[in-house]
Design a protein. Structure first.
Length: 248
């Protein structure tokens, strides 16, 4: 499928649509992982990151499977569960079960070990994990979570993770990035945050992005100084979206 790029009259690219079918994929007996950017053994020098966002992995882990204890350093990691449950444990003593509607952030800082396992023996877990470069290195590792199901019921965008206030559910060590999440009812619309860089990911359902057309499940849009745009959820199935606004 050809990539869709919407440009202004001067020819400067403003919206770059990345279809689900374009992504790298890692398959194992217990895992299917789709990567928006170069990751692990998948490498494309022209697709290393977008702004501060270096990982946007859409993972499905089979029952009793998961990522056993492994290390990270100097990275802000946000996990958003779409279906099922994911059990988190780390070397700082942080532990919990992440479920749909629970905002969760882990700061790797000077170094942290953690595991992410599917505790169910019957059902897979589906989640999106995002990594952002921190603005301060060598911080003390940490873990934070907050249930935002009540806020999501309003059908608008909710600030999930940010480093400069604005009421984000969990904090990250990056003042130039803010992650929004929305569960949009069929036929409803929201305004995309206006920022120098915006990464829009349709995690579930579908939606129409003003000036760029329809985005299906797992499609993404990379916006560069694209201005204010509306996102209209499909009248049939609505949409669940994750949107990063970034200054750099």
């Amino acid at each position: 499928m050809e990539r869709t790029i919407a440009a202004d009259k001067d020819g400067a690219a403003k919206v770059d649509i990345r279809r689900a079918s374009e992504r790298f994929v890692t398959r194992a007996s217990w895992l299917i992982s789709y990567h928006s950017f170069s990751f692990a053994n998948h490498y494309d020098p022209d697709n290393l990151r977008f702004g501060l966002l270096v990982v946007n992995n859409d993972d499905t882990v089979q029952p009793n499977g998961g990522f056993r204890s492994h290390p990270h350093m100097d990275m802000e990691i946000v996990t958003w569960v779409l279906e099922g449950a994911l059990e988190h444990r780390d070397s700082t003593g942080g532990a919990g079960v992440i479920y749909p509607g629970l905002a969760q952030r882990m700061s790797a800082g000077t170094g942290i070990w953690h595991s992410e396992m599917n505790p169910s023996s019957e059902h897979p877990v589906h989640f999106v994990q995002m990594w952002v470069i921190p603005d301060t290195t060598s911080v003390r590792p940490g873990y934070e979570q907050l249930d935002i199901r009540g806020e999501l019921k309003r059908g608008q965008l909710v600030p999930l993770a940010g480093g400069r206030g604005r009421g984000a559910a969990v904090s990250i060590h990056q003042r130039d990035a803010l992650l929004w999440v929305g569960k949009l009812a069929p036929g409803t619309s929201v305004a995309i945050p206006e920022a120098p860089l915006v990464h829009l990911y349709v995690a579930k359902g579908s939606a129409k992005l003003e000036g760029a057309g329809m985005l299906a499940t797992a499609d993404a849009a990379r916006l560069c100084d694209a201005g204010a745009r509306q996102l209209n959820a499909s009248p049939r199935d609505g949409a669940e979206v994750l949107i990063w606004e970034m200054r750099t």
